[in-house]
Design a protein around this ligand. Structure first.
Ligand code: FES
Length: 146
């Protein structure tokens, strides 16, 4: 393991709140804004996610994503490792790679490709609007399991 890796457990708790954000645990229509190419799901203010950190984010359908800040650029991938389901948000991040902390599988956050075995995880577009990180949901199925 490289010395310059930053483990999620080394990071203080990230409290994500912005006055433009609302809880989404009740009304399905209260936080999702349409965009040209999908629905925007607000995650947290840009300032709440420091460079080199990972942030677990739960979709309304209970699927989990991990949002990554890599040198000021934001990426979103599935949170559950396809090997044995460990949360990637508990892993380490370096360059454009997230490493699962359970057995070390590595994933490129730009493509979702696993660098360890022939495997791939889902990636999501991320868009920053008015200082808030949003995940772009192309498919309503990803949101509510219709
Ligand atoms: S659970 Fe992630 S590498 Fe095994």
């Amino acid at each position: 393991m490289r010395n310059d890796k930053l483990k999620h457990s080394d990071i203080d708790l990230v409290f994500c709140y912005h006055s433009s954000m609302q809880s989404f645990d009740t009304d399905q229509n209260n936080t999702i804004k349409p965009s040209e190419s999908g629905s925007l799901l607000p995650v947290c203010p840009v300032d709440a996610l420091a460079r080199g950190t990972l942030h677990r984010f739960i979709l309304p359908n209970s699927d989990e994503l991990v949002i990554c800040n890599i040198d000021g650029e934001f990426y979103a991938i599935d949170n559950l490792c396809p090997h044995q389901g460990a949360p990637l948000s508990d892993g380490a991040v370096f360059d454009h790679v997230v490493e699962c902390n359970r057995h070390g599988w590595q994933f490129d956050v730009r493509t979702g490709n696993c660098l360890t075995v022939l495997e791939r995880i889902k990636t999501f577009q991320v868009r920053v609007v008015d200082g808030v990180i949003n995940v772009v949901m192309e498919n309503q199925q990803d949101l509510f399991d219709l």
